[in-house]
Design a protein around this ligand. Sequence first.
Ligand code: FE
Length: 342
Amino acid sequence: MSKCYRLAVPMVAALIGVSAVSGASAAEVNLYTARHYDSDERLYEAFTERTGIEVRVMEGDSDQLIQRILREGEASPADVMMTVDAGRLWRAEEEGIFQSVDSDTLAERLPDSMRHPDGLWYGFSQRVRAIFYNRERLDPAEVQRYEDLADPRFEGEVCIRSSNNIYNQSLLASMIHHHGADGAEEWAAGVVENFARQPQGGDTDQILGVASGECSLAVANHYYYVRLLKSDDPEDRAMARNVGVIFPNQDGRGAHVNVGGAGVVEGAPNRENAVRFLEFLASDEAQEIFASGNNEFPVVEGVLMDPVLESWGNFRVDDLNISVLGENNPEAVRIFDRVGWR
Ligand code: FE
């Protein structure tokens, strides 16, 4: 039946010029997602089981999906767009991809910091941008704050990836919020002074740089470390054992976090189903699956966590509203440019 349906749609669309999937069925939601974890399949199945609404998935990287939605225009079947990092959600927001959603369920279930002030998108999982250190070369008591990464004590000791990476842009965006643009620029310049090497590779490469002793300190999202800890390759696990994790700024604002998030697309043909899908993502059941896909932290408290994350205990996270990271993104990019952080 669904096959027949798919064949019929383009013709109908061509004939009467309406959107391809628009309103054709009350029981589906079209999800454009930049996530691609095995567990996502389970998530969609659980949603369908609970609601009878089928999830149709379009995968791609974040910018591709944005371009696709823009290209499809009013004919776009997209109901929900899902991606990671507040900087990318902000890009989608800037392109006018999202519409405002007001939901009591989301307001009750999600912390303030995880909700865009206008309801344009919501954060459903948290990733901590942590500091990693070489256990032999450094006493973690020496490094307690992001600010320490710019301390001249650590000249030639810091591994961190390039500034075109959105994770670093968001980290600097949070520094702008807390220290002002000048303070953030001073910090970024200090970190550049402390580079162990020119930025290269992804987050995992920074952690491996610490493991091999090329640097004493690195910055990376926590789940890359968890991946190494859980790797099937004994060499990865041995590397990870040389490395310790620091959740920064525990005596102050808390560790910088970013999100996996989603919003309802402007002009969504199945708006109601889209809102239900977001609400489902905030349920205990979905939170557990959503976060586990990438070893992330759930945003709803009390949800069962991965044993490794559980073993880290409680720590403080910065409760800055995640949307600020996007707002400060252009300034962050300019600062990186000025201080020569390539
Ligand atoms: Fe990542």
